[in-house]
Structures are given as C-alpha cells and as structure tokens.
Design a protein around this ligand. Sequence first.
Ligand code: AMP
Length: 283
Amino acid sequence: MSLAVLTTAGETRSFVHAAKQRGQRIALVPTMGALHAGHASLFRLARTQAAVVIATIFVNPTQFGPNEDFARYPRTLEADLELAQESQVDAVFVPDTATMYPPPATTFVDVGELGTLWEGAIRPGHFRGVATVVLKLFNVVQPDLAVFGQKDFQQCQVIRRMVSDLLLPVELRIGPTVREPDGLAMSSRNRYLSPDERQQAVVLSQALLAAKALADGGERARDRLVAAMHHEMGRASLARVDYIDVVENDTLSAIARAPGPATAIVAARFGSTRLIDNLPLWD
Ligand code: AMP
C-alpha cells in the first residue's frame, strides 16, 4: 500500500475513521522528522502491534526554549517520507503550526514536578510543550497505542504519567534505543557534531556501560555509580556534562537506599550540540 500524506486534522480523522470502521487497531508514532534507524525501529515495533501505523512529523515549537535549535532543527521531509514508506508506515501526518496550535492556542498541559527535573531543569517548559503536543496528536489520531523510544527516557515517564493522570485511553509501548556501531545513540542532532566531537561522543554510552557493569556486579551505591560515569566522561576533552545520575524510574529522583527499578542518565554538550542518553541498570 502506498503512503498517505495527511496535513490537516480533518483528513487524518477521516483516514483513522475508515480504518476503525474496518475494525483495525491504530498505532501512533510521534516524531520531529529527520528520521533515522531509531525511528524506523519504532515503526516496525508499531507494526507488530497494530494493523495501521500512523507516524507524525512535526517540529513542535513549544518544546524548544528561546535559545534552542528550533530554527536550525533538521527538516528532511522528502527523505523522511521515503523512510516511512520503506518501513511500511501507512500514513504520515505532517501538520503545520497553525493546525496544531490554532490561534490563540493558550491551553497547555501542566506535567508537574516530573517535568522540572533533569532535562526540565535545563530546558524550562520543554515537557509542558511535549505533553501538550502529544495530547493534541492523541486527540487528532485517537490511537489504540502509541510508541515512544527509550532514548528519551524522561519523556517516556512524563507521557506515562500524563496518560495515567488524564485517564487517556491509549496504551504505551517503549522501543529500545538504537545505536551506532560504536555505541552512540542515534539522534537527529548527531549530524551537528564535528568529526572530533562525533568521535568523543561515544563516551556517553561508555559511561552508561561502566555504570551497568558495576550494577551487574551488585553495586547499588549512587555515589560510586555516578563517580564511575564521571570518570568515563572525563576522557572526552570536548564534553561539558550537564548532569549524570542514577534515578528511580517512577519518580526520576536520584536513587536512595533500597532502590526500586533504576536508570542511569547522562546529558552533555559538545560545542553547541546537547546529547542525552540513558541505560536501565536494574528492575
Ligand atoms: P524525535 O524525532 O527525536 O522527537 O523522536 C521521536 C521518537 O523516536 C521518540 O519517541 C524518541 O524517543 C524516538 N527515538 C529517537 N532516537 C531514537 C533511537 N536512537 N532509538 C530508538 N528510538 C529513538
């Protein structure tokens, strides 16, 4: 089947309505485009869960801060549509800003404390923008399930919380992080890295693996896990660490004693490019 390219909420609702009339389950995969193999893996995961896969491509202005890279965020629609087609996506919803934010668009989702930690501390308002646009996409597409990437771990937790708090009738699936051969998590922003920065950026995943090796050996002390990660990051002269920690999955607070499921998280800047990564340490 050929790929349907939908630009309005009305067209998208009609497409979904027809599929639902046929009794088909709908999976939604929200993206900001500049698609890579990480996105493609989510499309494939969606395909195993639903008869109809709808991807969205929208660079959401409200999740970018005033000094962030909204204007220069990569926009590669033609290549994106090809990758979506190859990945057997059924439809791509590519709205413009006025469609997603019909003026005056003054209503937003307040995600509470989860949105103020880590990424939210460095990017105030980021998760308010994320939650708002995801809720709008859910409202347009009304999917049975939505697929997100573990790569954006805090985003997954924020959306999980929103779905629970707002009683949204959507199942969530989280796909594993797809990595380059050297371990760097795939990201649309990797293309900004200079060759030297790209080479050094591998330390993010190496820091996480160092923590994982300790955790697998039974280490549960936050300070020792964090110190091991800092040690690895220290090998990259171009890296400026924003944060490194081990957090409880549910609350995103740094682990204390007798921790439940936990994840190591890291964010660092290489020049003007910010990269984030994470690795679950134990369940
Ligand atoms: P983005 O286009 O960066 O907003 O990402 C869209 C979706 O793809 C989000 O759910 C991301 O977590 C996910 N994603 C981004 N990079 C990867 C990756 N390397 N592996 C798996 N999923 C990813």
